[in-house]
Ligand binder design. Structure first.
Ligand code: PLP
Length: 427
């Protein structure tokens, strides 16, 4: 493929934008090469600046669960735009989306809209601290909860991709209140509660991790976290920025039958526009301003265009009773068939999958925490990534990311993907 225009655009962007990108993982730094500049996206496909076409397995890092530019969402955004882009006042739309979520997601009485997953997670931590009167919280190595200071400690996603999970600029004072444990290691969590008795406000966890590649909770990990929180008066925060409305409409809470005290959302909830949210029971959410004392605000929170895109997306998902069954089945087929091909080539690998999230790790062992994800063969992943890219298949440009399957990926796209992978040679 030719990437002439993409390369020129990147050179130009590099002069004006740090690293040429507005979010680090887009830079292809881990896999090498020049990032591809896209100019349009529709359904299962994206088209780049050189007119190359790709089947997309990133789907904007999760939001495009219906596929890109779904016609009904597009129409809804256009109609809303006629009525104004932003009011800075309440609007009926905000209540409509809040009501749909509260009525269909477990353990959620109220929801507050923000503009990103980062805001949702940092606000949820503030609320948990305000509610419990405690300062510390537990997070897991390789989990990413956005780029707010207190989360950039052994963070996953881009932070892990660049080998810099602890960001300069985060003060020691902030870092000391973030306690770390290994994902799926309940004994470490027990130890933290023992050594910090009465000081831990919350545990925040990706119930299915997607930021060290896709890593699943094992051995009742989530149920045991719930139990430890109850025993120690801490809140359990499910970061469902990836899993919310993707694993099921009720997210991982529904799939694993575990109650979270607070849940954070992003990605699918905005249907491709910038939206995040955090939600929980009345007794906790009532502590938020203006009702309560915990302050949180946003100029564009509840933005009407974004609410319309999110609401239409969620309604379309709700309307299709086979929606989750279908995308999960597509993902299962990919997992199974890719596994068969890699086995036939004697390429050591593990595929982790839950719902419509999956990752291929080039690893002989199972992958259930960050160290195991880090020990996979990332240089082989990089070769795999570039081979697929050259052949019009767009994977996340890092072995520390999950693939997001959209409803627009059908048999034709799967067949093409498998045809390409069949030609992949281990080098
Ligand atoms: N939480 C999780 C689990 C995420 O995957 C992400 C982003 O990928 C975030 C939080 C941050 O969301 P945003 O990038 O919208 O700030």
């Amino acid at each position: 493929m030719l990437y002439q225009r993409s390369s020129a655009l990147f050179d130009e962007a590099y002069q004006y934008i740090p690293g040429g990108v507005n979010s680090p993982v887009r830079a292809f730094k881990s896999v090498g090469g020049v990032p591809i500049f896209m100019k349009s996206a529709r359904g299962a496909y994206m088209t780049d600046a050189d007119d190359n076409i790709y089947i997309d397995y990133i789907n904007s890092w999760g939001p495009a669960i219906l596929g890109h530019t779904h016609p009904e969402v597009l129409e809804a955004i256009k109609k809303q735009a006629e009525n104004g882009f932003s009011y800075g006042t309440p609007s009926e739309l905000e209540t409509a989306i809040a009501k749909l979520i509260v009525e269909n997601v477990p353990n959620v009485d109220q929801i507050r809209m923000v503009s990103s997953g980062t805001e949702a997670c940092m606000s949820a931590i503030r609320l948990a601290r305000g509610f419990t009167g405690r300062d510390k919280f537990i997070k897991f190595e390789g989990c990413y909860h956005g780029h707010s200071d207190s989360f950039l400690i052994k963070a996953g996603s881009g932070a892990a991709t660049f080998g810099n999970p602890n960001s300069p600029g985060v003060t020691a004072g902030t870092a000391k209140d973030t306690l770390l444990a290994r994902y799926n290691d309940i004994e470490q969590v027990e130890d933290l509660f023992r050594h910090n008795a009465g000081e831990i406000a919350a545990i925040i966890v990706e119930p299915v991790a997607g930021n060290m590649g896709c890593v699943l909770p094992e051995n009742n990990f989530l149920q045991n976290l719930r139990k430890l929180c109850d025993e120690n008066g801490a809140l359990l925060i499910f970061d469902e920025v990836m899993t919310g409305f993707r694993m099921a409409f009720g997210g991982a809470q529904e799939v694993y039958s575990v109650k979270a005290d607070l849940v954070t959302y992003g990605k699918v909830i905005g249907g491709g526009l910038p939206v995040g949210a955090f939600a929980g029971r009345n007794e906790i959410m009532d502590h938020l301003a203006p009702k309560g004392a915990v302050y949180q605000a946003g100029t564009l929170s509840g933005n009407p265009l974004a609410m319309r895109a999110g609401l239409t997306t969620l309604e379309l998902i709700r309307k299709d009773e086979n929606f989750y069954q279908n995308i999960n089945k597509t993902t299962e087929t990919l997992d199974f068939e890719i596994g068969k091909i890699l086995n036939s080539k004697n390429i050591e690998h593990r595929i982790n999958r839950k719902g419509s999230m999956m990752s291929v790790f080039f690893h002989i062992n199972s992958v259930s925490n960050f160290d195991e994800a880090a020990n996979a063969n990332h240089s082989l992943f990089n070769n795999f990534f570039h081979f697929l890219l050259e052949n019009g298949i767009y994977l996340p440009p890092s072995g520390y990311e999950t693939w997001f399957i959209s409803d627009a990926i059908k048999e034709k796209e799967i067949d093409r993907t498998l045809e390409v992978i069949r030609k992949f040679e281990y080098s």
